[in-house]
Unconditional design. Structure first.
Length: 402
């Protein structure tokens, strides 16, 4: 089955589970903000950040560019973009290059060179600093080249493609052989042809199951299929699990909810975010830090913000923000910005610390001094009774008792 099944990019993407897994990983990464930050973690807005967050060139947007890069890296093992620079070396555009047209060679001096066979401009030689190269996690040749899932997962994908083809053949036009027609004699070629055409007309396609009229001693013998004949359906289910393992995603992300529960789906969401999506984000960031930001020159670095993936439900986010604000780690404006809401203005930039209530950080000294003063303030001593008071009290008692 595998030997006769061609497995390439187009045929593998026809496998529903593989297609879904590729789209899921690449789209989750493509939708995230990709910022450039300075050494103090402040977000920078400039032409380079626009390339990563808005459009890498004047033909496609950054969502499609990232989508394409991750998909090509998973399928083929490598994805490439040419880095276009201005006269002073600043990056001004990123142009996707087809993986199948790229080769990596060593010059006579041992330097690495990228060789691209352009269908319009012929052979183009590129320096490594001018190629954004994203590799799949299965790497070869000392880490220079990645290997695609279509290559090392060929056996599993071949079984899935063959199983899909078999299912299509069985069920197409009600093609499961449910029985045979038996004739007591021998039919001539003309009689056989006429009988076949008559049967197809009465029982073919949407007419399957209608009443059949048999003549000339014809007899219909049903065929009972053993359950194991259709056992390949189980192999299709197993194939979904194998594809999920290759891609590093839980089966629920491939819409296999056979064993899904609320608790394990929540855990699966966390695992795919930390184990797969965060790893792909780091892969993209590191290549950009080296090739686009010139080895983090000036302390700058790129950061793909995974907050929207980790943020969870409303209650989880609310508890998180309360804790962060109470610790003086986030302002009200920062919280609202995370939620995509406008700020409160200058007052929303104040940091608070949790005391009895939330207290502005810049007034913490006043609050602490007030609490110390309250705790160390001496109590008022009771007024001592003098002799005159005691004499007056005794005289009143004597008067009342007489």
């Amino acid at each position: 089955m595998r030997a006769n099944t061609a497995v390439d990019e187009d045929s593998s993407m026809q496998v529903a589970a593989f297609n879904r897994g590729i789209i899921y990983i690449s789209s989750q990464i493509a939708k995230l903000p990709w910022d450039i930050k300075d050494e103090n973690n402040n977000v920078q807005k400039n032409q380079t950040s626009n390339l990563l967050n808005l459009a890498p060139n004047d033909e496609i947007n950054s969502f499609i560019w990232r989508l394409w890069h991750v998909q090509q890296a998973i399928i083929h093992g490598n994805s490439f973009s040419e880095i276009e620079r201005d006269n002073i070396g600043r990056v001004i555009a990123l142009w996707p290059l087809e993986s199948c047209r790229m080769r990596m060679l060593r010059s006579d001096s041992g330097k690495l060179v990228y060789v691209y066979e352009d269908p319009h401009n012929g052979t183009i030689f590129l320096q490594p600093r001018d190629v954004y190269h994203l590799r799949n996690f299965h790497v070869k040749e000392g880490g220079l080249v990645g290997q695609g899932v279509v290559s090392y997962g060929r056996e599993v994908l071949g079984i899935q493609i063959a199983a899909d083809s078999m299912a299509s053949g069985l069920f197409h036009n009600s093609g499961i052989p449910s029985g045979v027609l038996e004739h007591p004699g021998k039919l001539s070629d003309e009689a056989y042809k006429r009988l076949k055409e008559s049967w197809d007309e009465q029982q073919g396609g949407k007419k399957t199951g209608s009443t059949a009229l048999l003549e000339e001693g014809l007899k219909y013998n049903p065929i009972n299929l053993a359950p194991d004949v259709l056992q390949f359906l189980e192999s299709r289910k197993f194939g979904i699990l194998e594809i999920a393992r290759f891609l590093g995603v839980p089966p629920t992300k491939l819409f296999d909810v056979t064993a899904a529960t609320y608790s394990n789906v929540e855990q699966s969401n966390l695992e795919v975010a930390t184990d797969t999506l965060d790893t792909w984000a780091t892969n993209l960031e590191m290549e950009a830090d080296v090739k686009i930001l010139n080895y983090r020159f000036g302390g700058r670095y790129t950061d793909i913000d995974l907050y929207s993936i980790f943020r969870g439900d409303m209650k989880t986010r609310s508890d998180y923000f309360k804790a962060m604000q109470a610790a003086g780690a986030m302002t009200a404006n920062q919280i609202r910005a995370r939620e995509g809401l406008p700020g409160y203005g200058p007052n929303g930039d104040l940091y608070f610390i949790s005391t009895n209530n939330l207290t502005p950080v810049n007034r913490m000294n006043e609050v602490i001094d007030a609490e110390i003063t309250q705790k160390t303030k001496p109590t008022t001593a009771p007024v001592k009774e003098n002799n005159t008071s005691k004499a007056v009290e005794a005289a009143l008692i004597n008067a009342l008792t007489k």
